[in-house]
Write a protein of this length. Structure first.
Length: 162
């Protein structure tokens, strides 16, 4: 791999009600001027080999039930345990969705679980995570785009992880 930053952003989406997918699609539509290519990929059927691509990654996932990852992300999340591999070359950002009022104890836990597991495998999170709270009136798509524009500038600059 070269020292040049990747020219692709791969957004991996875990969702039950499609909100995380809508956020990822908004980023794909509005941030294309910042990087060569943006691809939204649902987590269905993924395994750790997805991290072999020369890309920056954003994990964009909701939380389901009592703090679990969404159904379409369950097998992928489990594969990070059952097929562990060192991910020191992976630089990623995190968008975690949840509801802090109805699920205060497990708010955005789906994203937090991915974050913890990826860090355990050596992946490097760039910048601060974005936590999107369904109990607020804000537009998650607009928040996601604003965060990603800042995050991409940071990630492409080669800035150190936080």
């Amino acid at each position: 791999m070269s020292d040049a930053p990747p020219s692709k952003l791969l957004i991996l989406v875990g969702t039950m009600t499609n909100t995380a997918e809508y956020v990822a699609q908004a980023i794909e539509m509005d941030c294309g001027d910042l990087i060569g290519a943006i691809e939204v990929r649902m987590m269905d059927g993924l395994d750790p080999s997805v991290f072999e691509e020369d890309a920056l990654y954003v994990i964009c996932t909701s939380t389901y039930g009592s703090g679990d990852v969404p159904d379409n992300a369950q097998a992928f999340y489990a594969s990070l345990d059952s097929q562990p591999r060192f991910l020191g070359h992976v630089r990623y950002g995190l968008i975690a969705l949840g509801d802090s009022v109805q699920y205060a104890a497990t708010y955005a836990n789906g994203g937090r679980r991915f974050d913890e597991r990826l860090r355990d495998l050596g992946a490097v999170r760039v910048g601060d995570p974005l936590f999107l709270d369904a109990s607020t009136d804000t537009e998650p798509e607009a928040q996601g785009v604003a965060w990603c524009r800042d995050w991409l500038a940071l990630a492409l600059s080669g800035a150190p992880a936080q």
